[in-house]
Design a protein around this ligand. Structure first.
Ligand code: NAD
Length: 435
């Protein structure tokens, strides 16, 4: 859907007028999925452990590493703050960002590696590590100019596997992910490559699901696109465009888990399952009929849990498989008229966090994305004023695209992302809601 304000604010007269009136001037996000940042500056905030790893993995992506003291304005700032563990150390943090923050290009990236507060060696290190999240959230808001800033939380006593995470954050794929802290640990050797995978995407006839199916197919996977029979034409069109297969069924049907498990069996199992199908049936609680309540709970939470159970019980998800749930900012911040939806989506978070612990022993990961305001048919149905507020109330000053969520899902499901488990990544341009 077109964002007329974004286009106007970036036209000649529009830029002048919005500037004169002190109105927001969002910078259009660059979204070419194949594009990596051209250059990065790596800065060590005192005795960090990851500087060499960051340099190696960034260089492997073709990113030029700039001299930290040089005159160039880099596209990305990679900050190794793993050595930052005392109040005194935090001064170095101040110094680094004070000196370098303005030296990042529009649409650039800031990525800070921090020791995980949960396994910090002492209380002061835990305090500073946790404090970094507050620092990041403020920094990401100050950065503006479509710069996305995020934290990678790494273990204190093990080297994380960062390649797929750097490939995501140093590319245009992460355009709408900002203000996030994601735990990344060591990953076992990836078994499958991206081109030999079979991926099930539910709700794939349109919106985020169609974009997700397209993203996986572009990387070489065979996609099984699932949606309700009523959208068979749209589903067929998506599958035809990407050379995928279709499953036209309602995920809440009693026989859906068995049906899906049977499909998985014919394909030698699924490597990735993306539980994207979802519905809203908004009404304030006092006015909500029971059908709205039940249908939202069943589609968004009941069915994904039952289907996953059937796939796991049937042995259709081998070691190295990935499960990705789609939650929502509504499940984090709450929303008037969405008690049913917020319960179901917060439920997805609870389910994924618990599931991640249960499947870890099998070498499977479970993670979730929590989209904010994404331009799809779901959000097109929102009244104009609320829709406009949803678009502007984030650090990017604009709505997300289905591709933004799709690419985040693809990163979490990457064969090399085995070190990421039980994480919930918001794709919301650092929405002010629930922050
Ligand atoms: P959408 O309505 O465009 O697409 C959802 C798809 O799910 C549709 O094709 C629909 O037919 C399918 N679906 C619904 N019920 C189904 C069922 N019982 N069986 C099989 N398929 C079913 O929505 P979207 O905006 O692309 O949303 C995709 C997911 O992202 C949903 O889970 C949604 O809750 C979540 N989400 C969206 C936003 C947003 O801003 N668009 C924000 C937060 C979360």
């Amino acid at each position: 859907m077109s964002d007329r304000y974004l286009a106007f604010a970036n036209s000649g007269v529009g830029h002048w007028l919005t500037g004169a009136l002190g109105l927001p001037q969002p910078v259009p996000l660059v979204r070419n999925p194949g594009r990596f940042v051209a250059s990065a500056r790596i800065v060590d905030v005192g005795e960090g452990r990851l500087t060499a790893l960051l340099a190696r993995d960034a260089a492997a992506l073709g990113v030029r590493i700039d001299d930290a003291e040089g005159p160039n304005v880099p596209d990305a700032l990679l900050v190794d703050a793993t050595g930052c563990r005392t109040v005194t150390d935090s001064r170095a943090l101040y110094r680094v960002f004070h000196d370098h923050l303005r030296a990042v290009q529009p649409n650039g990236r800031i990525l800070i590696c921090v020791g995980d507060p949960d396994d910090a060696p002492d209380v002061e290190a835990a305090a500073i590590a946790r404090g970094m999240e507050g620092f990041l959230r403020s920094l990401a808001k100050e950065a503006r100019r479509a710069i996305a800033a995020n934290i990678i939380l790494v273990p204190w006593n093990a080297m994380p596997t960062l390649a797929s995470t750097l490939a995501f954050f140093l590319s245009a794929r992460s355009a709408y992910v900002s203000g996030q802290a994601v735990r990344v640990g060591p990953a076992p050797e990836a078994k499958a490559d991206r081109t030999s995978r079979t991926v099930l995407v539910t709700g794939a006839a349109r919106g985020i699901g169609a974009a997700t199916a397209t993203s996986f197919a572009r990387a070489g996977a065979h996609v099984v696109a699932l949606d309700i029979p009523a959208l068979s034409d749209e589903l067929d069109a998506v599958a035809a465009a990407i050379g995928g297969s279709t499953l036209a069924l309602d995920i809440t049907a009693p026989d859906a888990p068995a049906h899906i498990a049977a499909d998985a069996a014919t394909r030698g199992g699924y490597d990735v399952v993306v539980h994207n199908a979802g519905i809203t049936r908004d009404k304030t609680l006092a006015r909500m009929d029971a059908q709205r309540w039940t249908s939202v709970m069943e589609v968004n939470l009941g069915a994904p849990m039952r289907i996953t159970g059937a796939l796991l019980d049937g042995g259709h998800l081998a070691a190295g498989s990935r499960i990705v749930g789609v939650a929502s900012l509504s499940g984090i911040a709450g929303n008037v008229g969405q008690t049913n939806y917020a319960l179901s989506k917060a439920g997805v978070i609870g389910w994924i966090e618990r599931l991640a612990r249960e499947v870890a022993a099998r070498g499977i990961t479970a993670n979730a994305v929590a989209p904010g305001f994404i331009e799809t048919q779901m959000t097109a149905a929102i009244p104009f004023a609320i829709r406009e507020a949803g678009r502007r109330m984030n650090s990017m000053g604009q709505g997300g695209a289905p591709e933004d969520v799709a690419e985040t899902i693809a990163w979490l499901a990457d064969p090399a992302s085995g070190g990421i488990n039980g994480q919930v990544v918001r794709v919301c341009g650092q929405s002010l809601l629930g922050a």
